[in-house]
Design a binder for this molecule. Structure first.
Ligand code: FES
Length: 353
């Protein structure tokens, strides 16, 4: 069950003009709770002028070994979003020593280190979880190799430039780094331009043996992830080998078209306790639960982070959008509570499964 704790900020490192890395100290008694897999994220919470805002940020630091103690520190990457309430605060106001409310790690964009060849296609801040994945994999699994294809606007706007260069120095044989800049020519490497489906379709077979890649990690803006996924599909890569995490979904949520019952009730089990509450017209199941249980888990409320995942025990729902759950999860019966609206008069959710 996800929980928030106040963690002190140990470091604020400027990465580019518009991004920082925040490092939190994890007290000894909370290290187990903050144990994370490479690729997971944290929600940060802030209340300003009586309004609570939550944002999720991926952990960029390596994951702790399963046999050792939990992490002593956690580092996340934050990029400024135009008008973004939390990112503006993070870039301009957070100082060492401040305490922030940090949710325990969540997310299924993860890698379980194993021998083999892995690859990632990332754009912009999409490097953040992949940095944790690559660092953890190469350190823990000597028989693993990684091909990291990253795209940015310019080298000055590239997050974690030094960290990735250090990794390449440390593992010159096992890390293949390919950088594409959309608005700057490089002295060496690939010509500038966007990494779209067509370009990737030609580029990937020239870079690596596509059919031997055990896991693909696609992370960044919606357009890049979608283009990469289509390119991989055209190259015959099985969907089960592709993991996706989308940052920045700009499109507005489509309006639910399924007929909604006049009166509906949601029954939810959460942290071992259950309850039943009415769902008001137009609201999501998460909103209905939150009115009665303030501890219901969520972060983005936009169908992106997956924090509100719940098992649909009975009834039927319609989701507005889903950028977080894999097809296997929806087939197994999981839904995003923040995007779900009741189609039947009663709906039963289990947040504990
Ligand atoms: S809260 Fe992020 S997907 Fe529902």
């Amino acid at each position: 069950m996800a929980r928030f704790h106040a963690l002190p900020v140990a470091a604020v490192d400027r990465l580019t003009d518009d991004s920082v890395a925040l490092t939190f100290t994890v007290p000894e008694d909370l290290r187990e709770e903050y144990r994370h897999a490479p690729g997971q994220h944290l929600a940060l919470r802030r209340t300003a002028d009586g309004t609570e805002i939550r944002r999720t940020y991926s952990i960029c630091s390596p994951a702790p070994s399963p046999d050792g103690e939990g992490p002593r520190t956690l580092r996340v990457g934050v990029r400024l979003v135009d008008g973004g309430a939390f990112s503006t605060y993070a870039l301009k106001e957070i100082n060492i020593g401040d305490e922030l409310e940090v949710m325990t790690p969540a997310g299924r964009f993860t890698l379980d280190p194993a021998p083999g060849l892995y690859a990632a296609i990332v754009g912009g801040s999409g490097i953040t979880p992949v940095l944790s994945i690559v660092t953890t994999l190469l350190a823990r699994e000597p028989e693993a190799r990684f091909c990291l294809i990253r795209s940015d606007r310019t080298s000055a706007s590239t997050m974690f430039l030094e960290e990735v260069a250090d990794l390449k120095d440390r593992y010159p044989q096992r890390l293949h780094l390919v950088t594409v800049l959309s608005r700057e020519e490089q002295q060496a490497g690939l010509p500038s331009g966007r990494l779209d489906q067509e370009r990737l379709g030609g580029l990937l077979p020239a870079l690596l043996p596509v059919e031997r890649v055990a896991g693909w990690f696609l992370c960044g803006p919606f357009g890049l992830v979608q283009g990469a996924e289509r390119a991989l599909r055209e190259l015959g890569v099985s969907r089960t080998r592709v993991h996706e995490e989308i940052f920045h979904v700009d499109a507005a949520a489509p309006v639910t078209t399924a007929p909604a019952p006049a009166h509906s009730t949601v029954t939810a089990r959460l942290d071992g306790r259950g309850g039943s509450w009415p769902v008001q017209q137009g609201e999501s199941l998460l909103e209905a639960v939150l009115r009665n249980r303030a501890d219901a888990p969520y972060a983005c409320k936009g169908g992106v982070c997956g924090t509100c995942r719940a098992f649909l025990v009975s009834g039927e729902v319609r989701m507005d959008r889903n950028f977080a759950l894999e097809p296997e999860e929806t087939e197994a019966g999981y839904v995003l509570a923040c995007q779900s609206h009741p189609v039947t008069e009663t709906v039963e959710l289990d947040f504990d499964r």
